[in-house]
Design a protein around this ligand. Sequence first.
Ligand SMILES: Cc1cc2nc3c(=O)[nH]c(=O)nc-3n(C[C@H](O)[C@H](O)[C@H](O)COP(=O)(O)OP(=O)(O)OC[C@H]3O[C@@H](n4cnc5c(N)ncnc54)[C@H](O)[C@@H]3O)c2cc1C
Length: 429
Amino acid sequence: MSRIHVIGAGMAGLACALRAALAGAPVALYEAAGHAGGRCRSFRDKSIGRVVDNGSHLLLGAYRSTLAFLDDIGARERITEIAPAAFPFVDLKTGERWIVRPEGGRLPLWLLDARRRIPGTRLTDYLGVLSLARAGAADTVAARVASRRVLFERFWQPLTRAALNTDATEASARLLWNVVAETFMKGEAACRPMLFLHGLSAALVDPAIRTLQRSGGEVRFLARLRGIEWRADRVTGLQFAEGLMRIGTDDVVVLAVPPDAAAELWPAVPVPSESRAIVNVHFRVDEPVELPWRSPFVGLIGADSEWIFAREGVLSVTISAADRFIETPSHELAGHLWGEVAHVLGRTTGRLPPWRIIKEKRATFAQTPAEATRRPAAATTVPNLFLAGDWTDTGLPATIEGAIRSGFAAASLALDRAARALALRRTAG
Ligand SMILES: Cc1cc2nc3c(=O)[nH]c(=O)nc-3n(C[C@H](O)[C@H](O)[C@H](O)COP(=O)(O)OP(=O)(O)OC[C@H]3O[C@@H](n4cnc5c(N)ncnc54)[C@H](O)[C@@H]3O)c2cc1C
């Protein structure tokens, strides 16, 4: 029976390997690092003595593939859903506070009530969504919706930076529209924020590896693919440090590595080449703290911190499209962001608590109109090679949902290919 070789154990590779294994195919998953999860993982940090995520991640009710993946691995109870959907905000410059509550079904009737709208905005400002829906492939978010300044600063910009990790002045309007169409245009349930109770690895990674192994999948860590052997029009071998591993005639390979690694292994593949950073600072808090409205997270306007998340003795600040802070000395940045956190908590800044900063330089590809055209499809010109990853052409931004959907798509192509190869062999035999 043909074997499916999946390279890379991030969310895309895990989703692909798991789907294929659950369908009964022999699967091997190879990961360069000593652990799975890629850009979505947790670890115990010695400097603050807590388990932290590489960055705070949020899921949404619209993440149907992620929810299916959580069901496959029996880990739904490891996330918590905020229902009804609520996104609290604090404006550090003006002191205003509000909650975005996208109530009801597909028609956003809640906007008719002035008290529900974002402070400083009028009903007509929200018609900008129609302009976004009609965006061309070359349009940026700002080109479609920046004319309504207050709504832009308090809604479109934070939404774009959070969902696309790219500033609204350069982010793809089409890509943001796809997010809005799957969330706000689908009603309240699709907008519900979902958080990880005990971190990313405990929910998405460790149970996935266990389920994969229980389903007969083989997992190899510290197995970096160094090269691909081709003959005629198909992949015939995988080069690892220990040597060349020949693959069977009917075997299938799925490359689920980041775009730069894919281009190194297969220079002919088009990939997005620009990336954007995300900075997270985790602060240890030893006494109970409450964010406004007792929410587990809050969005900030008029500050460098964009989101604060509260979890199990840790307050975490997230900044998306954070390339401007990559060179800032970490101690300086931690001190500055702690000042903003203290402001939100209504405290004096006081002493800086123990902190850990994580600067993910290549957190996602730059989701600009130009880079979006460089996303390849899962199927390639090589019949036994498929691609997966948040950067492939899923129609979604580079998110957990995009990565998992790409993994599912690659699994179904790989299973089809394996089934066709088997059928051909039977006919020939
Ligand atoms: C700080 C941060 C915050 C984020 N916040 C959110 C959020 O709130 N919500 C959301 O939905 N998404 C968020 N994302 C995005 C999300 O984490 C990613 O889209 C997703 O994890 C990407 O998964 P992937 O499998 O496509 O890629 P990766 O996670 O990059 O996985 C690729 C894997 O391939 C391995 N690899 C590379 N080269 C080789 C090789 N040659 N051989 C073998 N293995 C190799 C890597 O080690 C890695 O494990 C965030 C990302 C970051 C960094």
